[in-house]
Write a new protein. Structure first.
Ligand code: FPP
Length: 244
Protein backbone atom coordinates (compact mmCIF):
# COMPACT_ATOMS: atom_id res chain seq x y z
CA UNK A 1 0.00 0.00 0.00
CA UNK A 2 1.35 3.41 -0.93
CA UNK A 3 1.89 5.64 2.12
CA UNK A 4 0.49 9.15 1.96
CA UNK A 5 1.92 12.31 3.43
CA UNK A 6 0.31 13.61 6.62
CA UNK A 7 -0.21 17.26 5.78
CA UNK A 8 -0.47 18.09 9.50
CA UNK A 9 3.08 16.89 10.16
CA UNK A 10 5.20 18.58 7.53
CA UNK A 11 8.67 19.57 8.80
CA UNK A 12 8.97 23.34 8.86
CA UNK A 13 12.69 23.41 8.05
CA UNK A 14 14.53 20.74 6.04
CA UNK A 15 18.32 20.82 5.61
CA UNK A 16 20.10 18.75 2.96
CA UNK A 17 23.69 17.57 2.55
CA UNK A 18 23.78 16.96 -1.19
CA UNK A 19 26.51 14.36 -1.56
CA UNK A 20 27.57 11.93 -4.27
CA UNK A 21 27.85 14.01 -7.45
CA UNK A 22 31.42 12.79 -8.01
CA UNK A 23 30.55 9.13 -7.45
CA UNK A 24 27.54 9.41 -9.74
CA UNK A 25 29.77 10.78 -12.51
CA UNK A 26 32.49 8.18 -11.92
CA UNK A 27 30.00 5.32 -12.16
CA UNK A 28 28.91 6.62 -15.53
CA UNK A 29 32.48 7.36 -16.68
CA UNK A 30 31.72 11.11 -16.92
CA UNK A 31 33.87 13.86 -15.44
CA UNK A 32 32.94 15.20 -11.98
CA UNK A 33 31.53 18.41 -13.39
CA UNK A 34 28.84 16.45 -15.20
CA UNK A 35 27.82 15.08 -11.79
CA UNK A 36 27.40 18.61 -10.43
CA UNK A 37 25.40 19.62 -13.51
CA UNK A 38 23.07 16.70 -12.97
CA UNK A 39 22.93 17.66 -9.28
CA UNK A 40 21.44 21.01 -10.24
CA UNK A 41 18.47 19.15 -11.75
CA UNK A 42 17.94 17.43 -8.40
CA UNK A 43 18.04 20.83 -6.67
CA UNK A 44 15.30 22.02 -9.01
CA UNK A 45 13.15 18.97 -8.30
CA UNK A 46 13.63 19.13 -4.51
CA UNK A 47 12.98 22.90 -4.31
CA UNK A 48 9.73 22.50 -6.24
CA UNK A 49 8.59 19.52 -4.17
CA UNK A 50 9.46 21.19 -0.86
CA UNK A 51 7.50 24.27 -1.86
CA UNK A 52 4.49 22.21 -2.92
CA UNK A 53 4.51 20.29 0.37
CA UNK A 54 4.39 23.53 2.37
CA UNK A 55 7.91 23.33 3.80
CA UNK A 56 8.82 26.81 5.02
CA UNK A 57 12.63 26.68 4.92
CA UNK A 58 14.93 24.53 2.78
CA UNK A 59 18.67 24.78 3.49
CA UNK A 60 20.98 23.25 0.89
CA UNK A 61 24.67 22.65 1.60
CA UNK A 62 25.87 23.63 -1.87
CA UNK A 63 29.53 24.50 -1.16
CA UNK A 64 31.48 24.16 2.07
CA UNK A 65 34.39 26.27 3.21
CA UNK A 66 36.53 23.16 2.80
CA UNK A 67 35.39 22.75 -0.85
CA UNK A 68 37.68 25.68 -1.83
CA UNK A 69 40.55 23.16 -1.54
CA UNK A 70 39.24 21.00 -4.40
CA UNK A 71 41.13 21.08 -7.73
CA UNK A 72 41.06 24.59 -9.24
CA UNK A 73 39.19 23.40 -12.33
CA UNK A 74 36.40 21.87 -10.27
CA UNK A 75 36.05 25.00 -8.09
CA UNK A 76 35.91 27.20 -11.20
CA UNK A 77 33.24 24.99 -12.76
CA UNK A 78 31.19 25.05 -9.57
CA UNK A 79 31.36 28.88 -9.51
CA UNK A 80 30.20 28.99 -13.14
CA UNK A 81 27.39 26.60 -12.36
CA UNK A 82 26.38 28.68 -9.36
CA UNK A 83 26.22 31.84 -11.45
CA UNK A 84 24.17 30.10 -14.12
CA UNK A 85 21.86 28.62 -11.49
CA UNK A 86 21.17 31.99 -9.84
CA UNK A 87 20.62 33.79 -13.15
CA UNK A 88 18.41 31.06 -14.62
CA UNK A 89 16.33 30.23 -11.57
CA UNK A 90 15.57 33.70 -10.17
CA UNK A 91 12.52 34.38 -12.40
CA UNK A 92 10.97 31.04 -11.37
CA UNK A 93 11.77 31.61 -7.70
CA UNK A 94 10.02 34.95 -7.94
CA UNK A 95 7.03 33.43 -9.69
CA UNK A 96 6.85 30.61 -7.12
CA UNK A 97 7.11 32.95 -4.13
CA UNK A 98 10.45 31.61 -2.92
CA UNK A 99 12.94 33.90 -1.19
CA UNK A 100 16.54 32.95 -1.99
CA UNK A 101 19.12 33.71 0.70
CA UNK A 102 22.81 32.95 0.50
CA UNK A 103 24.30 32.09 3.88
CA UNK A 104 27.94 31.48 4.68
CA UNK A 105 31.21 33.35 4.27
CA UNK A 106 30.04 35.46 1.32
CA UNK A 107 33.26 37.47 1.56
CA UNK A 108 35.10 34.45 0.08
CA UNK A 109 33.40 34.93 -3.31
CA UNK A 110 34.25 37.23 -6.23
CA UNK A 111 32.68 40.70 -6.36
CA UNK A 112 30.57 39.55 -9.29
CA UNK A 113 29.08 36.63 -7.38
CA UNK A 114 28.54 38.67 -4.23
CA UNK A 115 26.61 41.24 -6.25
CA UNK A 116 24.59 38.42 -7.79
CA UNK A 117 23.77 37.02 -4.30
CA UNK A 118 22.53 40.47 -3.31
CA UNK A 119 20.53 40.93 -6.51
CA UNK A 120 18.94 37.48 -6.23
CA UNK A 121 17.82 38.15 -2.68
CA UNK A 122 16.50 41.62 -3.54
CA UNK A 123 14.49 40.25 -6.44
CA UNK A 124 13.00 37.35 -4.49
CA UNK A 125 12.66 38.66 -0.98
CA UNK A 126 8.91 39.20 -1.11
CA UNK A 127 8.52 35.44 -1.64
CA UNK A 128 6.55 34.37 1.39
CA UNK A 129 5.93 30.72 0.55
CA UNK A 130 9.41 29.35 1.28
CA UNK A 131 12.93 30.47 2.13
CA UNK A 132 15.66 28.73 0.15
CA UNK A 133 18.93 29.01 2.08
CA UNK A 134 21.83 28.32 -0.25
CA UNK A 135 24.68 27.51 2.12
CA UNK A 136 27.80 28.66 0.31
CA UNK A 137 31.33 28.72 1.71
CA UNK A 138 29.51 27.50 4.78
CA UNK A 139 31.16 25.88 7.81
CA UNK A 140 29.34 25.16 11.05
CA UNK A 141 32.39 25.92 13.17
CA UNK A 142 33.01 29.17 11.31
CA UNK A 143 29.33 30.11 11.85
CA UNK A 144 29.76 29.61 15.61
CA UNK A 145 33.09 31.49 15.76
CA UNK A 146 31.61 34.29 13.74
CA UNK A 147 28.72 34.57 16.21
CA UNK A 148 31.19 34.67 19.14
CA UNK A 149 33.17 37.44 17.45
CA UNK A 150 30.03 39.48 16.71
CA UNK A 151 28.88 39.14 20.32
CA UNK A 152 32.31 40.19 21.60
CA UNK A 153 32.30 43.23 19.33
CA UNK A 154 28.84 44.19 20.57
CA UNK A 155 29.94 43.73 24.15
CA UNK A 156 32.95 46.05 23.70
CA UNK A 157 30.65 48.86 22.72
CA UNK A 158 28.02 48.22 25.30
CA UNK A 159 28.96 45.63 27.92
CA UNK A 160 26.82 42.47 27.76
CA UNK A 161 25.90 40.67 30.97
CA UNK A 162 27.04 37.00 30.46
CA UNK A 163 23.65 35.89 31.76
CA UNK A 164 22.05 37.62 28.79
CA UNK A 165 23.74 35.11 26.49
CA UNK A 166 20.92 32.59 26.20
CA UNK A 167 20.55 29.94 23.50
CA UNK A 168 18.10 32.21 21.71
CA UNK A 169 20.51 35.15 21.91
CA UNK A 170 23.30 33.00 20.47
CA UNK A 171 21.06 31.63 17.69
CA UNK A 172 20.21 35.19 16.76
CA UNK A 173 23.89 35.74 15.91
CA UNK A 174 24.22 32.76 13.54
CA UNK A 175 23.79 32.92 9.76
CA UNK A 176 20.39 31.25 10.17
CA UNK A 177 19.08 33.94 12.53
CA UNK A 178 15.32 34.33 12.39
CA UNK A 179 14.55 30.84 11.10
CA UNK A 180 13.60 27.78 13.12
CA UNK A 181 16.27 25.06 13.54
CA UNK A 182 15.96 22.21 11.01
CA UNK A 183 13.41 19.54 11.89
CA UNK A 184 14.97 17.15 9.41
CA UNK A 185 18.45 16.66 7.96
CA UNK A 186 18.70 14.61 4.78
CA UNK A 187 22.06 13.30 3.58
CA UNK A 188 22.44 11.50 0.28
CA UNK A 189 24.98 8.88 -0.78
CA UNK A 190 25.15 6.93 2.44
CA UNK A 191 27.82 8.61 4.55
CA UNK A 192 26.98 8.92 8.27
CA UNK A 193 28.51 12.36 8.87
CA UNK A 194 27.43 15.92 9.52
CA UNK A 195 30.49 17.31 7.67
CA UNK A 196 30.62 20.66 9.47
CA UNK A 197 27.09 21.59 8.40
CA UNK A 198 24.72 23.47 10.74
CA UNK A 199 26.44 22.20 13.92
CA UNK A 200 24.53 24.28 16.48
CA UNK A 201 21.24 24.26 14.58
CA UNK A 202 21.06 20.46 14.10
CA UNK A 203 21.01 19.71 17.85
CA UNK A 204 17.53 18.14 17.78
CA UNK A 205 17.01 17.44 14.08
CA UNK A 206 15.91 14.05 12.85
CA UNK A 207 18.51 12.56 10.53
CA UNK A 208 17.67 10.67 7.34
CA UNK A 209 20.49 9.08 5.33
CA UNK A 210 19.88 7.45 1.97
CA UNK A 211 22.34 5.58 -0.25
CA UNK A 212 20.90 7.33 -3.32
CA UNK A 213 23.47 9.63 -4.90
CA UNK A 214 22.45 13.31 -5.12
CA UNK A 215 22.00 13.42 -8.94
CA UNK A 216 19.55 10.50 -8.63
CA UNK A 217 17.67 12.07 -5.71
CA UNK A 218 14.43 13.54 -7.06
CA UNK A 219 10.81 14.20 -6.05
CA UNK A 220 9.91 10.63 -4.99
CA UNK A 221 13.10 10.26 -2.92
CA UNK A 222 12.37 13.54 -1.13
CA UNK A 223 8.80 12.42 -0.41
CA UNK A 224 10.21 9.13 0.94
CA UNK A 225 12.39 11.11 3.37
CA UNK A 226 9.39 13.15 4.56
CA UNK A 227 7.34 9.94 5.05
CA UNK A 228 10.18 8.50 7.13
CA UNK A 229 10.32 11.70 9.20
CA UNK A 230 6.61 11.34 9.88
CA UNK A 231 7.23 7.99 11.61
CA UNK A 232 9.66 9.56 14.10
CA UNK A 233 8.78 10.46 17.66
CA UNK A 234 10.53 13.70 18.64
CA UNK A 235 11.24 13.62 22.34
CA UNK A 236 13.69 16.50 22.94
CA UNK A 237 15.16 14.63 25.93
CA UNK A 238 11.76 13.71 27.44
CA UNK A 239 10.35 10.18 27.83
CA UNK A 240 7.96 8.72 25.30
CA UNK A 241 5.12 8.86 27.87
CA UNK A 242 5.75 12.55 28.51
CA UNK A 243 5.63 13.33 24.81
CA UNK A 244 2.37 11.43 24.32
C1 FPP B 1 28.91 16.82 -3.27
O1 FPP B 1 29.26 15.90 -4.24
C2 FPP B 1 28.37 18.01 -3.84
C3 FPP B 1 28.85 19.29 -3.68
C4 FPP B 1 30.26 19.72 -3.69
C5 FPP B 1 27.89 20.34 -3.45
C6 FPP B 1 26.61 20.25 -4.21
C7 FPP B 1 26.67 20.95 -5.50
C8 FPP B 1 25.72 20.84 -6.44
C9 FPP B 1 24.50 20.02 -6.29
C10 FPP B 1 25.87 21.54 -7.73
C11 FPP B 1 26.17 22.97 -7.68
C12 FPP B 1 25.25 23.76 -6.83
C13 FPP B 1 24.71 24.93 -7.20
C14 FPP B 1 23.79 25.67 -6.29
C15 FPP B 1 24.96 25.49 -8.51
P1 FPP B 1 30.77 15.40 -4.24
O2 FPP B 1 31.46 16.07 -5.37
O3 FPP B 1 31.38 15.59 -2.90
O4 FPP B 1 30.53 13.88 -4.52
P2 FPP B 1 31.48 12.65 -4.11
O5 FPP B 1 31.52 12.61 -2.61
O6 FPP B 1 30.78 11.48 -4.70
O7 FPP B 1 32.82 12.92 -4.74
Amino acid sequence: MKKTIDTNNIPEHVAVIMDGNGRWAKKKLFNRIRGHQEGVKSIRSVVETARDLGIKVLSLYAFSKENWNRPKREVESLMKLLKKYLVNETPDMKKNNIEVRVIGAKEDFSDELRELFEKTNLETKDGAKMILNLCLSYSGRFDILNAVKTILRESNNNRIDPDEITEQFFSDHLYTRGVKDPDLLIRTSGEMRISNFLLWQLAYSEIYVTKTLWPDFRKDDFIEAILDYQTRERRYGLTSEQVQ
